[in-house]
Design a protein around this ligand. Structure first.
Ligand code: SAM
Length: 224
């Protein structure tokens, strides 16, 4: 294996190189992903069909700001599939504030993910009300937004204004069919990008096909 502090790995499994993260909680599985031990280290395969961040890596993500000690505000934690891999990456000195408003989903997130991983702070709140998050302290390096709401870009911007450090990164998942079914996906993405431009430099837009056919991710850097 290559150097030891890299964020993710390519592990040979069933004759193919597969994306993986080093398991922060050895023996612990989150979504029935395969665990692979190499040279005494346990890795969790990271499924790009289940996690849009993994799909973005597969499709050529150029800047990866998640590393050891990174602080992340994650909106739309759901049951924690992607959050769990980010938790592996940022390690015990990093932190992920995982916001989820649906209580049933949040319960699963707590029971299956957050309770095993000390670097995850679950926040059961509406991402539309960032001033009500009780436990976010200081500024974060990355805001990751995957909430599939028509006003998600506005919500993303408000959260960044409150919690993202200058030059920090925004990862915005855009559900290209949820906002307006009559518009083409490219038009939808371009319109959301236009809303970001005054406050962010747009770095990359990644179509997640074939892993996910209805989403794109926009990666942007916060100007102030
Ligand atoms: N990011 C997750 C992953 O990769 O594992 C999947 C996220 S899922 C597509 C969207 C989640 O956002 C749902 O669990 C939903 O309950 C949550 N959500 C939607 N609107 C929200 C809001 N206003 N505040 C907080 N969570 C919200």
């Amino acid at each position: 294996m290559e150097e030891d502090n890299q964020p993710f790995f390519w592990i040979k499994s069933e004759g193919e190189k597969k994306l993986a993260t080093e398991n922060l909680v050895p023996g612990n599985q989150v979504y029935k992903e395969k665990l692979v031990v190499k040279k005494g280290i346990e890795y969790r395969l990271w499924d790009p069909f289940r996690s849009k961040l993994a799909a973005a890596i597969m499709n050529g993500l150029e800047e990866f700001p998640f590393e050891n000690k990174t602080k992340v505000l994650y909106l739309g934690a759901s049951t924690g599939t992607t959050v769990s891999h980010i938790s592996d990456i940022v390690g015990p000195s990093g932190v992920i504030f995982g916001v989820e408003h649906a209580s049933r989903v949040a319960r699963d997130f707590l029971d299956r993910v957050a309770s095993y991983r000390k670097n995850i702070m679950p926040i059961l709140q509406d991402a539309r009300k960032p001033s009500e998050y009780f436990s976010v302290f200081g500024k974060v390096d990355v805001v990751y937004v995957d909430i599939a709401q028509p006003d998600q870009t506005k919500i993303a911007i408000e959260n960044c204004e409150m919690f993202l450090k200058k030059e920090g990164y925004l990862f915005l998942v855009i559900k290209t069919r949820s906002i307006d079914v009559t518009k083409s996906p490219k038009k939808i993405v371009d319109e959301e990008i236009d809303k970001l431009k005054s406050k962010f430099n747009i770095l990359q837009t990644i179509d997640l096909h074939p892993y996910d056919k209805d989403h794109a991710i926009v990666i942007a850097k916060f100007k102030s």
